[in-house]
Design a protein around this ligand. Structure first.
Ligand code: TYD
Length: 137
C-alpha cells in the first residue's frame, strides 16, 4: 500500500476521440492556476523541488512520465501514461519528473498562484526542514 502516491481518476469519454473531464469535486483544493508542459527535452529531469504551500495535481495527457515522490521518509515512484489519471503532489513533497520524451504533455492544476518563494529547490534544505518539523512536533 502506497503512503505517498495518491492517484485521481477522472471521467474519460471515448467517442470520436478521447475526452477527459476534471471537475472541482475530483480535486483536494480549489484551482488557482493551470499550467502545461509541452515538448520537454527527452530524458531531462524536471521538477526536483518541493513547495512550502502549493498543492498540485499533475496529469500526463500524452506520452508518459515517471514520477518520483519523496516526503523525507518515504520515496516512491509511479509511471503515468493515461490521460485520465492524475497524481497529487502535496505540499512539502519532493517531486521529480523523469523519462519524458518530446511527445509527453503534462497538465498541472495548482492550488496557488506562482511564487518563486514557495519553492524548495535544494534537497538538503528540504530534508532539514522535514527533520526540524518532526523534532518540533
Ligand atoms: P519549474 O516549476 O521549475 O518547472 P519544472 O518543475 O517543470 O521543472 O518552472 C520552470 C520555470 O518556469 C521557472 O523559472 C519558474 C517558471 N514558472 C513560472 O514563471 N510560472 C509558473 O506558474 C511555473 C510553474 C513556472
Amino acid at each position: 500500500m502506497s503512503k505517498l502516491i495518491k492517484l485521481i481518476e477522472v471521467k474519460k469519454i471515448i467517442d470520436d476521440g478521447i475526452l477527459c473531464v476534471v471537475e472541482d469535486l475530483n480535486l483536494p483544493f480549489k484551482i488557482k492556476r493551470v499550467y502545461y508542459i509541452i515538448s520537454p527535452k527527452s530524458g531531462l529531469l524536471r521538477g526536483a523541488h518541493a513547495h512550502y504551500k502549493n498543492k498540485q495535481v499533475l496529469f500526463c495527457i500524452r506520452g508518459s512520465v515517471r514520477m518520483v515522490l519523496d516526503d523525507g521518509q518515504n520515496k516512491e515512484e509511479v509511471t503515468l501514461n493515461r490521460p485520465n489519471i492524475g497524481i497529487v503532489l502535496d505540499k512539502m513533497v519532493w517531486h521529480e519528473m523523469h523519462d519524458m520524451n518530446t511527445n509527453s504533455l503534462l497538465l498541472v492544476l495548482a492550488s496557488d498562484l506562482f511564487s518563486q518563494n514557495d519553492y524548495i529547490r535544494d534537497y538538503k534544505s528540504f530534508s532539514k526542514l522535514i527533520s526540524n518539523a518532526k523534532k518540533n512536533y
